[in-house]
Design a protein around this ligand. Structure first.
Ligand code: FMN
Length: 331
């Protein structure tokens, strides 16, 4: 079965992509994902704070004439869960690009358009075929308006897109008054792809310890519904490639995202839950689903149930509460 797919102007052998996670810090894992049918891999994010901090240290060292940059770097606390610094991040990109036949997408996580953006050029130089820019920003200041928040997204995307020639996809959360309009603004700012959606940081409270719990739970299939909605609404109405992320557990979930209009379907939680071999389960499951319906490629179903192609687009817009209640025996 030919599963080949275009994403961000790149030719992928499959629409299945391993999204950014610590699994993708290891070369053997990346090779296994390729062997199990991944069309591309996204490396874990390098964070703006880390890049800026390294630049500050470098400036301090230049000002004060310290001798060893590498040694000084090892003193500051890791900003990310992967304890990445920029040099091993760039080395990972270089090694992965050399070792894999499938595209290597590097991920940046940032929320401003200032100095750190130059690092995108280093990523390009290291051999990444695209950048995924994760804009992850909790507007906890209640005086910040929606317009200001949106401008920050747009400015960040514009700055990173202008810094490189490789395509930039933007990974965003769903919390905009009009996600469709926001998507258009991001495309105008230079985004060639939209990755929907970031699982927004949601802290919990531990009532025994009386503290905030900042843990991360793996996703479940029901969380697909919000990204599914917006992929379905945007498919066919944006020039950007659409990547679905969140909640993929089975091949049926992959099919659903394709039917809504996703160009590629990403997964992390399922790989963490079931192992890297689950990429093969999804890949073979997708091929079987298509073959059993005499369909030649993912293109045959892509967007078939998108908002603009179905007869009843209101199905995307209004919940039929009466029917739901009847289902529970209420009349
Ligand atoms: C342990 C873990 C680490 C992650 N690290 C990153 C990261 O570095 N950058 C990023 O953009 N997303 C990161 N993500 C988010 C995933 O790429 C993905 O978008 C999210 O988990 C939703 O997809 P899923 O339901 O398939 O897990 C991480 C997710 C998990 C579970």
């Amino acid at each position: 079965m030919d599963l080949s797919t275009d994403y961000l102007g790149l030719s992928l052998k499959s629409p299945l992509v391993a999204s950014a996670s610590p699994l993708n810090t290891r070369l053997d894992n990346l090779k296994a994902l390729q062997d199990f049918g991944a069309g591309a891999v996204v490396l874990p994010s390098m964070f703006e704070e880390q890049i800026t901090r390294e630049q500050e240290i470098l400036d301090e060292l230049i000002d004060h004439g310290a001798e060893s940059f590498g040694e000084a770097l090892s003193y500051f606390p890791a900003q990310t869960s992967y304890a990445f610094d920029t040099s091993n991040h760039l080395a990972l990109i270089e090694n992965a690009a050399a070792a894999l036949d499938i595209p290597v997408i590097a991920s940046l996580n940032g929320i401003t358009d200032s100095g750190w953006v130059d690092y995108a050029r280093d990523i390009e130089g290291a051999g990444a075929e695209a950048i995924e820019l994760n804009v992850f920003f909790v507007p906890s200041d209640p005086t910040l308006s929606g317009a200001e928040v949106e401008k920050r997204y747009v400015d960040t995307v514009a700055a990173v897109s202008a810094a490189v020639k490789i395509p930039v996809a933007v990974k965003i959360g769903p919390y905009f008054s009009s996600p469709g309009h926001m998507a258009g603004e991001l495309v105008k700012a230079g985004a060639k792809g939209l990755v929907l959606f970031n699982r927004f940081y949601e802290p919990d409270i531990d009532p025994m310890a009386l503290s905030i719990k900042a843990d991360l739970e793996l996703s479940r299939s029901y969380e697909m519904r919000l990204p599914l909605l917006w992929i379905g609404v945007l498919a066919g109405r944006t020039e950007a490639s659409l990547a679905a992320t969140t909640g993929v557990e089975s091949a049926d979930d992959v099919v659903k995202y394709l039917l809504a209009g996703a160009d590629v379907v990403m997964t992390t939680s399922s790989l963490l839950r079931h192992g890297l071999v689950h990429m093969q389960v999804l890949s073979e499951g997708l091929a079987d689903w298509l073959t059993s319906r005499d369909l030649a490629s993912p293109g045959a179903i892509r967007g078939k149930l998108s908002h603009s192609r179905i007869d009843n687009p209101e199905a995307y817009e209004r919940a039929n509460y009466i029917r739901v209640l009847q289902g529970y025996g209420a009349h």
